[in-house]
Design a protein around this ligand. Structure first.
Ligand SMILES: Nc1ncnc2c1ncn2[C@@H]1O[C@H](COP(=O)(O)OP(=O)(O)OP(=O)(O)O)[C@@H](O)[C@H]1O
Ligand SMILES: [Mg+2]
Length: 370
């Protein structure tokens, strides 16, 4: 539904150039909620502004719903009208709502319809329907100043839906809101995604947002996407930073001659008693050092850090058993040649919701299968 290839944005400011996007290949499938996460300055807002051509990319292409927007933008004034038309199919939600204070809630939602040339009664009817959809029907005659932050954002979302978009872009739509209001707005985005089949691309710096609503996610660092995929794919990628941040598990070996394994469960395997089967089959005592379980996009997903007695060589068969059961099993400690650094830093990092990934711990570029 949204594809960018080699998207680059270089800002020229007086005597210096800032490369905000450095060859971004993004692929958002139809009907999914896709989260882009990254530290301040990573290029997230630049990416979303380039996706609807509010910002003109320096190079690369943007295709939305099969239409190459960059080609339209490059073809002069006549194409300008076409680009504007294409843009009405892309709704945009802003962090600071951008409502007109002098207009009522209803009039704010009517504004884009007015611009689209929808007249009189049809316009009011449509705006009222949209307010109903976002649960604000009774506030139609209020002014933005009389609303809470969450209510203002609902108006912002209703307005973004005016052109019956197929795609909704959201730049930090919840970062000015308290946690409870954030949850209700995320739920609304999820409902709209499901009811209207809307594809949602959202930018956030909060891992909790990704966990609550996203089917897929990408991590941006210094203008590049360094990891991307469905949440399931990310969890199955050894050493994935996003996976470690989504499901941080901690705990270290209780002594020498122990093997520590991170086990990732998703889909059907999450509901099978695999650990007790492992224990019974090989007659070994298993300690659970840490675990995180959650429901992501309606599916149970989780990670567990377990400790097996004996060194890695003695545990090759039980670890093979886990993998045969369709689980991801990553040896953290006890492996003579570990695939991930022992106690991967993100696994023991701060509370979920923080995305600060120290640069020196950034792993090499990896792309999950798309
Ligand atoms: N209009 C502009 N002119 C010059 N430089 C810009 C402009 N907009 C953004 N930048 C620079 O581009 C880089 C990426 O900025 P961007 O706003 O995309 O980051 P971000 O990931 O959205 O950050 P934040 O989380 O703080 O919103 C930054 O170094 C920023 O200073
Ligand atoms: Mg930003």
């Amino acid at each position: 539904m949204i594809t960018t290839t080699g998207l680059t944005k270089v800002y020229q400011s007086r005597d210096r150039e800032v490369t905000a996007l450095d060859g971004v290949d993004l692929h958002v499938r139809e009907g999914e909620v896709y989260g882009v996460i990254g530290q301040s300055g990573a290029g997230k807002s630049s990416l979303i502004r380039c996706v609807n051509l509010l910002e003109r990319p320096t190079s690369g292409t943007v295709t939305v719903a099969g239409q190459d927007l960059t080609a339209l933008a490059g073809r002069g004034r006549r194409a300008g009208a076409e680009l504007r038309r294409a843009r009405t199919r892309i709704g945009m939600v802003f962090q600071h709502f951008n409502l007109l204070d002098s207009r009522t809630v209803l009039d704010n939602v009517e504004l884009p319809l007015e611009i689209l040339g929808v007249s009189g009664q049809a316009r009011t009817r449509k705006a009222k329907e949209l307010l109903d959809l976002v649960g604000l029907a009774e506030k139609a005659k209020s002014y933005p100043g009389q609303l809470s932050g969450g209510q203002k954002q609902r108006v912002g979302i209703a307005r973004a839906l005016a052109g019956d978009p197929q795609v909704l872009l959201s730049d930090e739509a919840t970062s000015a809101l308290d946690p409870e209001t954030t949850r209700s707005i995320l739920q609304l985005l999820r409902d709209l995604n499901q009811q209207l089949g809307l594809t949602v691309l959202l930018i956030t710096h909060e891992m909790d947002v990704v966990k609550t609503v996203c089917d897929s996610a990408a991590l941006m660092q210094r203008g590049r996407i360094v990891e991307s995929g469905t949440v399931g794919e990310l969890l199955a990628t050894p050493g994935s930073e996003l996976a470690h941040e989504l499901f941080p598990v901690g705990g270290t070996a209780s002594g020498p001659d122990r093997t520590v394994v991170d086990v990732t469960f998703h889909g059907e395997s999450a509901s099978r008693p695999v650990i007790s089967q492992l224990s019974r089959t090989y007659n070994i005592d298993i300690s659970i050092l840490g675990a995180a379980m959650d429901t992501v996009g309606g599916k149970q997903i989780g990670r567990m850090r377990i400790e097996l007695p004996g060194r890695f060589e003695e545990n090759v068969v039980p670890i093979g058993f886990l993998r045969e059961q369709g689980l991801q099993a990553e040896v953290v400690d006890g492996d003579p040649a570990p695939k991930t650094p022992a106690g991967a830093p993100a696994a023991t990092a701060g509370p979920a919701g923080t995305t600060a990934v120290p640069e020196q711990t950034a792993p090499p570029v990896k792309e999950a299968a798309k």
